[in-house]
Design a protein around this ligand. Structure first.
Ligand SMILES: [Zn+2]
Ligand SMILES: [Zn+2]
Length: 173
């Protein structure tokens, strides 16, 4: 039996992780397991930017991938970047991915707190990054979960479903 592991890094609420488990199991058809939380990998922090490197996090976490893991999704409540971009909502490399919760809360933008919206955004980022680990690329359909999110507006418009083309590619439906 192979699992999708959800790996919290540092503080992530149990409630959110369990929500992701339920939804991701339904979408990807793999049982999901929540791994015990780990500390933020050393050397991922950039003092210049006051952000964490998504590339370093994924690379470090991949080294500790459980043997029964089909995929590994890290969830972190810290602001992430990749070289060349101001920030990223997430990153996938090989069979591992990371999503950041830091910019998903309406409060981050001075808007009213909305737990439901926050949770849905986190789910969308999770589905999207896992989609990459299953071999999907960015999709032109703005409603498709595999559409690239440059801004949060993009995330709010799309998904959580795959378009027909992406569904077929991933072997669903
Ligand atoms: Zn993407
Ligand atoms: Zn698509």
């Amino acid at each position: 039996m192979k699992y999708i592991y959800i790996q919290p890094i540092s503080e992530v609420t149990e409630e959110l992780l369990e929500y992701l488990v339920i939804r991701l199991e339904g979408i990807y058809g793999y049982p999901c397991r929540i791994a015990p939380p780990v500390k933020v990998p050393e050397f991922s922090y950039s003092a210049d930017r006051d952000q964490y490197s998504a590339e370093v996090i994924v690379e470090k976490i991949m080294e500790k991938m459980p043997v029964d893991a089909e995929k590994l999704l890290c969830v972190v409540d810290l602001d992430l970047f990749v070289s060349g971009l101001n920030f990223v909502f997430g990153l996938a490399a090989g069979n591992a991915a990371v999503i950041s919760l830091a910019r998903l809360r309406p409060e981050y933008y001075g808007e009213k707190k909305n737990e439901y919206l926050f949770r849905e955004r986190a789910l969308k980022e999770a589905i999207h990054e896992l989609g990459h680990t299953f071999g999907l690329h960015h999709c032109h359909d703005i409603r498709c979960i595999m559409h690239f999110s440059n801004r949060l507006e993009d995330t709010d418009i799309k998904g959580p479903e795959f378009c027909e083309v992406c569904s077929t590619k991933i072997g669903r439906k």
